[in-house]
Design a protein around this ligand. Structure first.
Ligand SMILES: [Zn+2]
Ligand SMILES: [Zn+2]
Length: 121
C-alpha cells in the first residue's frame, strides 16, 4: 500500500496533470486559459501538500472507490468505511495508506485523490 505523498514523489507532474485533464477537465470543454489556470492551481496545490510535515500516526486509510463511472474517496478505519469526512481535513490525507479495489495506474490514482481533496480546499 502506498500514500499520496509517495505517489506525488514517484509520478511526474506532467503525467498526473494529463490524467487529471482526461478524467475531470476534458468533458468540461474549458478554454485554453482555464486549462492553464487549472494546471497552475494543481501544481501549486501539489507543492503545498508535499511541503506538509509527515503525519504518519493516523489509524485511517484512504479508500478510493469507482462505481458506475464515478470515483469517490473516503476514510476507512479497520477496513470499515466512514461516510463522514469532516473528522479528517485534507492536510491529514497526504500520509494515509491508500486502498483501492479496482485497477488504476499511480498517476490516475493521484489525479483522482487530488481532484476530491482540492474540492474541499
Ligand atoms: Zn471504505
Ligand atoms: Zn479520516
Amino acid at each position: 500500500m502506498k500514500t499520496l505523498r509517495e505517489l506525488l514523489t514517484k509520478c511526474r507532474y506532467k503525467t498526473i496533470f494529463n490524467n487529471y485533464y482526461k478524467l475531470f477537465l476534458k468533458q468540461k470543454n474549458l478554454s485554453n486559459s482555464a486549462i492553464i489556470e487549472a494546471d497552475l492551481y494543481l501544481s501549486k496545490f501539489i507543492n503545498s501538500l508535499k511541503s506538509l510535515p509527515p503525519n504518519g500516526n493516523s489509524s485511517h486509510e484512504l479508500h478510493v472507490t469507482y462505481s458506475e463511472g464515478e470515483y469517490g474517496i473516503h476514510c476507512d478505519v479497520d477496513q470499515k468505511c466512514l461516510d463522514n469526512e469532516s473528522h479528517c481535513p485534507y492536510q491529514d490525507k497526504i500520509d494515509l495508506l491508500i486502498r483501492h479495489d479496482f485497477k488504476i495506474s499511480d498517476a490516475e490514482l493521484s489525479a483522482v485523490i487530488l481532484y476530491y481533496i482540492a474540492q474541499k480546499n
